[in-house]
Ligand binder design. Structure first.
Ligand SMILES: Nc1nc2c(c(=O)[nH]1)N(C=O)[C@@H](CNc1ccc(C(=O)N[C@@H](CCC(=O)O)C(=O)O)cc1)CN2
Length: 443
């Protein structure tokens, strides 16, 4: 029998009401001991929690009888007054009865192990708890509702049918394979492979929503990158000084833009330097720029010499900063020299003008890039890896041919097990440990 675990399900710290959750075979016994009776399952009951004749708190108590609970085990909930003193007393009682504190993600893990959730749904719970933006919430909820099962279930069925056809060929080696059958098998594999490939293409969106759309602020030293970063964040995270080269490492922060979360990077100014620390910062800045979903260049338009525009590419956003101090004609000159298809903005961060227009444009950009009409094919790197694996297996199967159908069958089987791993049907302990340990305590 599993040990009974407990944890605070609500946030840490003083609160009007806190919820302590228990899961495991001793749940009923603990309620019985504290409340003096066992309430009807799934009904909230108000009562006094009493130890040795002394009332510890007045609480709402719930009992869930397994398997009809979140974890599938017997569960209890104590909705108590959220003070440290009440918690300490209850934790003491739980421990004296042989319970232990839950590890991060342990409730969800038990739900997964008891078949209440598949692995993608368990991941969705973690994402839902962490969701900051509306799109993150919607995406996590679709995943919790079985969004992946819906999409991949059909593919899995197709693979099983394919496997049955190929095994029929393996079982009757002396028969001539009707050409119509081999054509159909090849056609089905190609169709499935192309569905998976387009799902992989589309799945960047899922990760951009979940992790945040990466926006790198780039430019020369002292152009106003850190000021722009702070303006977008509406706080003073980055240090701003008149000294060129103040920002040396990449600074990152999450912000919400409309319905979406963006990850904004402030980077070191790009210039030639002998300083080893600064040049490492510049290397990192360039790397960030290369992997970002959007580059936001900041240019000092008050600078008298011609600005270096190398590095700016189509699709980039360009902010002509210090526009209040630009000489006549300089802004027009910069605009004329820009590559095609860049999005131009004029700002003066000193006088706080122009950032609203930038914000509005960024919001529209994210809406266009990420809007959720369909549930994406992946929301984490782990999902992408499995999809690529399945795609590679189908590719191999196509290269094999009907001379050795048993090898073909083996590749189809491996593609199937890539899908099974996605849902946690075959994953090894280590992978599970890694996934669940990143959850909140009490989840
Ligand atoms: N107080 C409280 N609020 C909560 C939770 C909780 O555990 N406790 N949740 C937890 O994270 C979420 C709700 N999710 C839940 C999911 C399943 C079951 C459950 O009892 N499932 C049973 C019965 C299903 C039914 O009657 O429809 C089952 O699956 O067999 C409970 C909560 C959010 N709010």
């Amino acid at each position: 029998m599993k040990q009974t675990i407990f944890a605070l399900a609500s946030a840490q710290g003083r609160a009007g009401v806190s919820v302590i959750r228990l899961s495991g075979p001793q749940s009923a016994e603990v309620i019985q001991a504290l409340l003096g009776r066992l309430p009807k399952p799934r009904f909230a009951t108000l009562g006094r929690l009493v130890q040795d004749g002394e009332t510890i708190d007045q609480a709402l108590v719930l009992y869930f009888k397994g398997p009809h609970s979140f974890t599938g085990e017997d569960c209890a909930e104590f909705h108590i007054h959220g003070s440290r003193a009440v918690l300490d007393r209850l934790y003491g009682i739980f421990r004296s009865m042989g319970l232990r504190h839950a590890e991060a993600g342990e409730f969800s893990r038990r739900a997964f192990e008891n078949g209440k959730l598949d692995l993608t749904q368990a991941e969705a719970i973690s994402d839902l708890v962490e969701a900051e933006s509306e799109a993150q919430r919607q995406q996590a909820l679709m995943q919790l509702d079985g969004g992946f099962r819906e999409r991949y279930g059909q593919w899995r069925d197709n693979l099983i049918k394919l496997l049955a056809h190929i095994e029929a060929i393996v079982d009757f080696p002396d028969e001539d394979i009707p050409e119509s059958l081999s054509d159909k098998i090849v056609g089905d594999i190609i169709a499935l492979k192309s569905d998976i490939a387009s799902a992989i293409d589309d799945s960047r969106r899922g990760r951009q929503i979940r992790e945040g759309y990466r926006i790198a602020i780039m430019g020369k030293p002292n152009a106003g990158k850190s000021s722009l970063f702070n303006a977008l964040l509406e706080n003073d995270t980055a240090i701003v000084t008149p000294i060129a080269g103040t920002t040396r490492d990449v600074i990152e922060s999450h912000i919400r833009i409309g319905n979406y979360t963006a990850l904004i990077y402030d980077t070191a100014g790009l210039r030639e330097t002998d300083d080893v620390v600064e040049s490492e910062g510049i290397r990192r800045a360039r790397a960030r720029g290369d992997t970002a979903d959007l580059r936001l260049w900041v240019i000092d338009s008050s600078e008298s010499q011609a600005s270096d525009l190398s590095g700016i590419r189509a699709g980039d956003y360009v902010v002509l900063n210090k526009s209040d101090r630009a000489e006549a004609g300089k802004i027009d000159d910069l605009k004329a020299r820009m590559p095609d298809d860049v999005h131009l903005f004029e700002t003066s961060l000193l006088t706080d003008t122009g950032t609203d227009a930038l914000r509005v444009a960024l919001e529209a950009h994210l809406e266009k890039a990420l809007s959720l009409s369909t549930f994406p094919a992946a929301t984490r790197e782990r999902h992408m890896e499995r999809l690529r694996e399945a795609e590679a297996c189908l590719d191999r199967a196509l290269g094999i041919g009907f001379g050795t159908p048993e090898l073909m069958a083996e590749d189809i089987r491996q593609a199937l097990s890539a899908f099974d791993a996605l849902f946690g049907r075959t994953d090894v302990e280590q992978v599970l440990d890694h996934i669940f340990s990143s959850f909140c305590i009490g989840k």
